[in-house]
Design a protein around this ligand. Sequence first.
Ligand SMILES: [Zn+2]
Ligand SMILES: [Zn+2]
Length: 86
Amino acid sequence: MENYCPECGKELVWNNGHYFCGSCEKAFAKQAFCNVCGAELEKIRACGAVNYFCNSCNELKSKSSARYVFEEQKTCQSDTIFRWFG
Ligand SMILES: [Zn+2]
Ligand SMILES: [Zn+2]
């Protein structure tokens, strides 16, 4: 799956535990939301596969049915980012 920056539309790169846009110089976290009720989904790892659970619907959701939103990471990790990207 390709991931694009919600602000400029450029492709995000996976870096050090988050998605990073080299153009905006911003880090993003990918959050999964229920496609039915819009609640944030809980990530469940089982047998190597990742599934999502909606506490509101009380239902297991597949990765493909979830809605994904990129949220800007406010934590200051610019030191790490600049080391990686020169
Ligand atoms: Zn961007
Ligand atoms: Zn739901």
